[in-house]
Design a protein around this ligand. Sequence first.
Ligand code: ATP
Ligand code: MG
Length: 307
Amino acid sequence: MAALIRALHGSVTIVLIDHDIDQVLALSDRITVLHQGRVIAEGAPAEIQKNAEVQTAYLGHLKVAAGADAGLARAEGAPLLGVVSVDAFYGKSHVLHDVSLDVFPGEVVALLGRNGAGKTTTLAAITGVVPPRRGRITYRGRDITGGAPEAIARQGVGLVPQGRRIFPNLSVLENLTIARRGRGGWTLERVFETFPRLHQLRHASGGTLSGGELQLLAIARALMGNVELLLLDEPFEGLAPTIVETVWNVLHALKGETTLLLVEQNADLALALAGRAYVINNGSIVWSGDATTLRAQDDLRRRLLGV
Ligand SMILES: Nc1ncnc2c1ncn2[C@@H]1O[C@H](COP(=O)(O)OP(=O)(O)OP(=O)(O)O)[C@@H](O)[C@H]1O
Ligand SMILES: [Mg+2]
């Protein structure tokens, strides 16, 4: 879409309505920012970016600008999850090439990459949905390569899938209770304490929830399943700014308690949560290192991710 807008720029007048402020800043000549039904700023992108009220409305970005704390845990000891030289295919199409990454207990690790880079496929290889044709997946030091998805999940690997698949015809409460897997997962009380919005909505059917509410439900549902490693596939995708803040805060609160592998296109939000990061491009890991390094180096980030 961005490429199309750039191509049309100059020949057509375009009115772009979007909640992705980075996208809007990059593409527009003049911007009007609406927040809770009120115009809070108007002007050129450079002025808009400096506007304090706009920054507050987009709290996720404000926190990033303020330098949110780096990941708590360091990469030390034995990895909880090991992805070792993995190649994965869809039929004849070779999608992952020699992908290796580690996640240590207590860490938040970001896996960043553009559209179609291979992020979801990496998670599918870990969860057993797309078994690797070469390489190994280890969990708590044990080889789980080629294991059945259900068996891998039972060991404590939870997934919040891209697009937050939940059961639309079941209520919020039913969606949560059917996710319980064995003992040790979060109780309903704990879920409702952390996600008061879900308590309010507990009798609503899944199909009526907004995008942000669905995302909260998808995360809560994974936590009910006794999760030790939580894999999140683009949790901020398509969310309104105020909801981004809620989801970001929930993930921030999970830090140190649950180990997170966070797959994202939104580098700013992911890097503000993560201690370490990997960048995947065309199915290969092209960069890995401290999240702060990638955050601090605009040129590097732009070269790797185009943002
Ligand atoms: N089921 C499938 N069958 C065939 N090819 C697929 C399938 N799913 C994904 N691909 C291809 O594999 C490559 C990697 O896709 P993947 O979904 O892992 O990317 P991604 O990084 O998650 O992208 P996005 O940010 O758009 O979600 C892409 O070229 C995609 O077209
Ligand atoms: Mg994906």
